[in-house]
Unconditional design. Sequence first.
Lengths: 258, 398
Amino acid sequence: MSEAARIHLRNAKGRHYRAAAAFRWGALITGGALALIGLSKRSKSGVAIATAGGLLSYAGAKAGTRQRELIARSSILLNCTPEEAYTFWSKFENLPLFMRHLESVTLLSDTRSRWTAIGPLGRRVIWDAEIAFDRKDDVIAWRSLPDSEIYVDGIVKFRNAPANRGTIISVVVVYQPPAGAIGGALAKILGKDPSFMMRQDLRRLKALIETGEIPTVEGQSHGPRSSVAAFARILNPDDPIKGEGNLTDIANARRRAS
Amino acid sequence: MKAVCWMGTEKMTVENVPDPKILNPRDAIVRITSTCICGSDLHLYNGLMPTMEQGDIMGHEFMGEVVEIGAGVDREKLKVGDRVVVPFTIACGRCFFCQQQLWSCCDNSNPNYWIAEKLMGYSPSGLFGYTHMLGGYAGGQAQYARVPFADVGPLRIPAGIPDEQVVFLSDIFPTGYMGAENCNIKPGDTVAIWGCGPVGQFAIRSAFLLGAERVIAIDRFAYRLQMAEQAGAEIINYEEVDDVVQLLKDMTGNIGPDACMDAVGMEAHYSGPMWAIDKTKQVLKMQPDRPGVLRQAIMACRKGGTVSVPGVYGGFIDKMPMGAYVNKGLTMKTGQTHMMRYMKPLLELIQGGKIDPSFVVSHRVPIDKAPEMYKVFRDKKDHCSKVVLDPWANGAAA
């Protein structure tokens, strides 16, 4: 069995959380996606990924009900070569530049890294991860270490877009939060739709790679805002509440309004 | 600095706000010397475009002098002290769309891409001062503006040409020109143009420049029709005729205009039961757009002809005559203007004396008068065709 397959089987089999039907579908879908990515590769690594995907689907189907998973999945076209995209992504320290929920990724060794996500009121979730599979200019897979409080498996695939339009990258990240405070915090950080957040992250990556910056209007001038608008901003699904910044905004707007 | 702010429907005020700062490496700050109110700003004034927020700075037609540039701006293309016209669309210059010259479809300039994506499937480029759905960028009806991707958009203007002749390169001249280009004009063609506002006026003149033999201009305000007539167009005052479509057929030997242009957009005026239905739906927020002109343009266009739509639409329309569109084999061409394609060639037309865009200006006022000028422009009072604001003139003295 390949390394990649083992990761997913470990996650599929190794835990006994409260039953949740979502897991089964998550595993089926993720496994299916991995299998497709793998099959499209037509190489040894492709076979490995496809096998992993197939096994995950199988585990999902067989397991019936297990702990809920949060799955983030998206893809985007980058106007650069697979080499450039791979080089950027493979430095995990770069990920917080465009992934809004991440505060930092620091390298612990060649293959290990520490990830810190930040959520409402500055609450942090920290886990260590290792590279599970790495093929230059082609695919990177990573997973959290076995003794982590949460389980995170990710895979990113780089392939040439047709008509020399650059590189299409496809990303799947599967989170298995435990029950309890840490799991709750992670669920809040990732929001109701983790794939939406991934799509937004990839859009920021695209802007960063293509233009050297991420478009923004934060910090620009404006006239007096209303408190209604401040509340609307807090509900912005693309701008998760970090620290207490937004709360201060609202307090100020309220003061102005009264 | 002073800035015109949208504070709610029909509520514009001039506020004192902080000067803009460089926020990204490829930003520039422009000290604005001339800025205008656009017809499309009236859709915001009337509260019809979704995702405006109280305090937003208005304006997307401005020019001025570069006073600061970020570390990432290509110095060959832009430097401090340059006199520039700033296009209303913001484009990165590096994405697939920019490289196809589809500048107004830039993939990287709208930080709120996801909002527009929900409404339209994908987002067009960011725009200055035109809703949060289209970027939420602070606009240019102010004394200073921050210009993102400043080495792509702004066009350098040589000294000696007055602001009034070049400021319309920021939107309406290229927009009218692209509207005419989208008519797919062949020598000798007849083009019908609904709407004789500033964009319509430039479209009429551009259509002739592109080889049209007849241009038929449609509006209801005599002073605007007069301007069209001066450019060589035949005119129709639609309030004085029973049926515009029938009249266009009669004027063209029952063949119809080769191209029909909707330079009106979402707030069209027309008559009959459809008017009542559309107006009611718009007030009830069931339909953001009143598509009467678009329907007429499709019905009037000759078989195999082209419908060009530079007019702004925000959402969905009802009773689109799809049967006529399909069975007559029409082509429709639309889009926010791909500004960077047109600015330089059109500047050359101005320099060559082929056209003087300042003909369209009716009012020159200090920025403090902007709030009342929105109303004058909206209500077409005082023969208002185009308002140019001076951000630095003393309003009290004027």
